[in-house]
Design a binder for this molecule. Structure first.
Ligand code: VGL
Ligand code: ZN
Length: 211
């Protein structure tokens, strides 16, 4: 697969709390970092996202007495999964993994900072209507095709890819440069949504061999 100057690599949430010994560790999460470093130089544009929650964020089980992580609750905008406290603003867990080295990144997009709304997607908060501005940013800069890597495939990578399609961008998830949380059948469900929305899933070899 050949890349062009309108392609952008979006590196989703490669933060301490999603990596080994983090508060919401994604199994094998750190393992993708060397591959991300191989892929990034192929792209003219790189964007990072950073999960960036207020203390006592609505998505934290600890903010709901009697509730436990990974339970679902009903909130104003619908169903919300509850998580362990993670990626709290200005904590070590919210920092990018220390091995992640992408100084060329042009934008660091923070999301999930609204205390009352979670944000899996880099484009829309979980109410599905509050925009982060990323769609407008990409359009104004003439970026048309987004490649997604990072954590977690079945949540923030997945919802970002779906919303990219919804905003009229081509969206391609690089499967082996992602890892999943895996709650129930979250991976299969996300892949069914990818198929319906036209999100492509590729292996990194398709990029690395096509140079
Ligand atoms: C994520 C759950 C909660 C993710 C973020 O980055 O996939 N998942 N917050
Ligand atoms: Zn989060």
């Amino acid at each position: 697969m050949h890349l062009n100057p309108h392609d952008v690599l979006i590196v989703i949430d490669v933060q301490n709390d999603f990596c080994a010994s983090g508060a919401l560790a994604v199994p094998d999460g750190d393992a993708i970092i060397p591959l991300i470093h191989e892929l990034a130089p192929l792209f003219a544009h790189v964007i990072l996202t950073q999960d960036w929650h207020s203390p006592q964020h609505l998505s934290f089980a600890s903010a709901h007495p009697g509730k436990r992580p990974f339970e679902n609750i009903e909130v104003s905008y619908g169903e919300q999964t509850l998580w362990p406290e993670h990626c709290v603003q200005r904590t070590l867990g919210a920092e990018f993994h220390p091995d992640l080295h992408l100084p060329q990144a042009e934008l660091i997009l923070r999301k999930g900072f609204n205390p009352q709304i979670d944000s899996y997607s880099a484009f829309y908060e979980n109410d599905r209507t509050t925009a982060t501005g990323l769609g407008g940013y990409l359009r104004e800069r003439g970026l048309k095709r987004v490649f997604l890597v990072g954590l977690a495939y079945d949540y923030c990578v997945g919802y970002s890819a779906l919303d990219a399609r919804g905003q009229g961008f081509e969206a391609i998830a690089v499967r082996d440069a992602c890892r999943s949380i895996g709650l129930g059948d979250s991976v299969a469900q996300m892949e069914a949504e990818f198929a319906a929305a036209g999100v492509k899933v590729i292996d990194s070899r398709e990029l690395l061999n096509g140079r």
